[in-house]
Design a protein around this ligand. Structure first.
Ligand SMILES: [Zn+2]
Length: 251
C-alpha cells in the first residue's frame, strides 16, 4: 500500500464530504493507482480538474502515485495565469459545443436561444452521450457525476443548480460565454441554425396579425418553423439582461 496526501482547492471542495473539505487528507491506496482514479475516489469528476501538482510539479491524469506523494488538485482557473505549467486537460475545445444529459431539457432550450450548438434528447443513454461528446468534441453538461467519470469523457461540467435559469448562469460563467452569445440564431426545437427570410417568401403561411406586427423573420429549414420577435424574444431579452448583470457583478 502507498500513503499519499491530497488537498483539493476552491470549488472542488463542493464534491467532498464536509470533513474532508479545505484540508490535507491522508489516504492509502494500492500500487498503480493513477491521479484520475484517486481524484474520482473522492467523488470529484476529473473533468472539473485542470491542474494537479505532485510534490509541486504538474502531472497528467495517468501518473501513477508513489509512496508519500503530496497532491494539490486545482479546478479550472478563471482569473490567474497558469500558462507556464502544463495542464492535465488536453487542448481546450475551440468551438463551444454542448451535449446535455436527459434531465436538462430546459437548459438545452436556453442555450439554443443564446445561439450555442446544443445536442439534447430525452432518450440519450449515458453511453450515447459520452460517445457523441467524444466524436463531435462537445462539452457534456450534466447533474450526474457518474457520467463525467467515464474514461472517454474529456470535457464536461457538473451543473450544481436545479433551477434552469441558474443553470444557464452557471454555464455562461464557467465557460466565459458572455462574449460569444448569438441570441436567436438557432432553432430551439432541433438545434439547426436559423436563416433570415424575407417576408414575401413566407407571406402565405403567416397569420395576418403576425405579418402586420413584425417585419423580421427567421426560419428553420429542418422543422419548417418560422420565428419572429414575439413574446419569447422579450422573455429571453430579459433573461439575457439578468445574465449580463449577474456576470458583470462577479468581474
Ligand atoms: Zn428546427
Amino acid at each position: 500500500m502507498l500513503n499519499v496526501r491530497i488537498r483539493f482547492y476552491e470549488e472542488l471542495n463542493f464534491f467532498l464530504e464536509k470533513s474532508k473539505r479545505k484540508r490535507e487528507i491522508q489516504v492509502s491506496c494500492k500500487k498503480g493507482t493513477t491521479i484520475k482514479a484517486i481524484i474520482e475516489a473522492f467523488g470529484v469528476p476529473h473533468t472539473e480538474v485542470d491542474l494537479v501538482l505532485v510534490n509541486g510539479e504538474s502531472m497528467s491524469f495517468s501518473y501513477q502515485l508513489k509512496d508519500r506523494d503530496r497532491l494539490s488538485v486545482y479546478p479550472v482557473f478563471e482569473s490567474f495565469d497558469i500558462t507556464t505549467v502544463s495542464l492535465v486537460r488536453p487542448i481546450p475545445l475551440r468551438i463551444t459545443r454542448f451535449i446535455l444529459d436527459v434531465h436538462l431539457g430546459k437548459l438545452a432550450k436556453f442555450l439554443r436561444l443564446l445561439g450555442f450548438d446544443t445536442r439534447y434528447s430525452n432518450s440519450f443513454s449515458d453511453r450515447e452521450i459520452s460517445r457523441e461528446a467524444y466524436r463531435e468534441k462537445r462539452i457534456i453538461l450534466t447533474r450526474d457525476k457518474g457520467l463525467l467519470k467515464r474514461k472517454i469523457v474529456t470535457h464536461g461540467y457538473y451543473i450544481k443548480s436545479r433551477n434552469s435559469r441558474e443553470q444557464l448562469f452557471e454555464v455562461v460563467k464557467r465557460f466565459d460565454l458572455l462574449r460569444s452569445l448569438k441570441p436567436f440564431t438557432r432553432c430551439i426545437r432541433c438545434n439547426e441554425q436559423l436563416i433570415i427570410i424575407e417576408e414575401k417568401e413566407i407571406i402565405d403561411s403567416l397569420p395576418d396579425e403576425i405579418r402586420k406586427r413584425y417585419d423580421s423573420f427567421h426560419f428553420c429549414s429542418v422543422c419548417n418553423k418560422v420565428y419572429w420577435k414575439g413574446s419569447h424574444w422579450e422573455n429571453m431579452k430579459r433573461i439575457l439582461d439578468e445574465i449580463y448583470i449577474d456576470v458583470k457583478k462577479d468581474e
